[in-house]
Design a protein around this ligand. Structure first.
Ligand SMILES: [Mg+2]
Length: 330
């Protein structure tokens, strides 16, 4: 928080006239700013382009090389950068000039000679706007997280993980290799809820989500697909690796009872897998259907097992090589 405040107390001033420049520097330093000084627009832009650059700028309009207006435009062209609050200084007093300045992306405008107190007050407004802007961004990020994540487990929600699946599919269409999905279902989950209550059921869901998240690579996506059903999207992988991951998750979950408010609960999971290879890609629907069918076989086969799906629509070499793979139950 302090660091953030400090960033907003840093300021870039750009002024080609040495006397005015020095005056500005002294004035703003006294007002508590950390001042970076530029003698022209090019220098100002360099200062403002740095990582963690000051986010407040006082720019003289008329300067050799890049003018204040041009610096404004260039700053506004940047995307994905924190907002920079810009105050233009100019001896121009026409209304058209003011409009031109604001249209170029300046936030405020002060005519020379300016009143020191007024400049300080206006920069204070700038700081406040930067703070509001930051809070808005934080809020936006928070809302986005809430809209895309499951509130109980903190992993991606159904919409988000399906988006990831579709994205991975289009990436494959553009020429990437194979990828896989795992559909995981907690065995006899209804019994957990019925016997121990929903709070324990929630604790089980959270722990299963935690184990899955801990088992995957950073670029895999774990999502809650339905009540006690989870979907993992595994990019850049083959059937053998997806199967290995599935078995690791299954073993980890089966190995240790889950601690809940009503004591330890032992659970197992069944997993259905599907792989879309580069040479015979499956669309998201076909993958989900294949994984679902494999999950059904895992359940039929006695649960606590991984089953590799075999797609009847377009069997790919990658699948044919390995499938059907079966893991014995424990
Ligand atoms: Mg000038």
């Amino acid at each position: 928080m302090n660091e953030e405040k400090d960033l907003k107390k840093q300021i870039v001033i750009a002024e080609d006239d040495p006397v005015s420049r020095r005056l500005l520097e002294v004035l703003l330093t006294r007002a508590g700013y950390q001042v970076s000084v530029a003698a022209n627009g090019t220098e100002a832009l360099e200062l403002l382009d740095q990582v963690d650059a000051p986010r407040l700028a006082v720019l003289d309009w008329m300067m050799p090389g890049l003018e204040g207006l041009q610096v404004c435009r260039k700053i506004r062209e940047r995307k994905d950068r924190p907002y920079t609050y810009i105050l233009l200084l100019s001896a121009r007093v026409q209304k058209e000039d003011l409009l031109l300045g604001l249209e170029s992306g300046a936030d405020d405008y002060l005519t020379k000679p300016f009143d020191a107190q007024e400049l300080r007050a206006r920069l204070h407004v700038g700081q406040r706007i930067l703070q509001l802007q930051d809070r808005l961004m934080e809020k936006g990020a928070e809302l986005l997280f809430r809209a895309t994540h499951d509130s109980l487990t903190g992993i991606s929600n159904r919409g988000m993980v399906l988006d990831t699946l579709r994205r991975e599919h289009s990436r494959q269409v553009r020429g990437a290799g194979s990828f896989g999905i795992i559909l995981l279902d907690i065995d006899h989950f209804k019994n957990v809820n019925d016997t121990y209550g929903h709070q324990c059921g929630d604790a089980v869901l959270q722990e299963v989500a935690r184990i899955m998240t801990a088992s995957v690579r950073a670029y895999d996506t774990v999502g809650r697909y339905g009540g006690e059903e989870f979907l993992i999207v595994v990019p850049s992988t083959d059937a053998a690796s997806v199967f290995g991951l599935s078995e690791r998750i299954r073993h980890t979950i089966a190995a240790k009872p889950i601690a809940t408010g009503s004591g330890e609960i032992s659970i197992t999971v069944s997993l259905g897998l599907a792989v879309s290879s580069g040479t015979a890609p499956l669309d998201p629907e076909a993958m989900l259907g294949t994984a679902d069918e494999a999950l059904y076989r895992a359940k039929e086969g006695g649960r606590n097992r991984s089953e590799m799906g075999v797609c009847e629509v377009a069997p790919s070499p990658a699948i044919a090589e390995v499938a059907p793979v079966k893991a014995g139950s424990e």
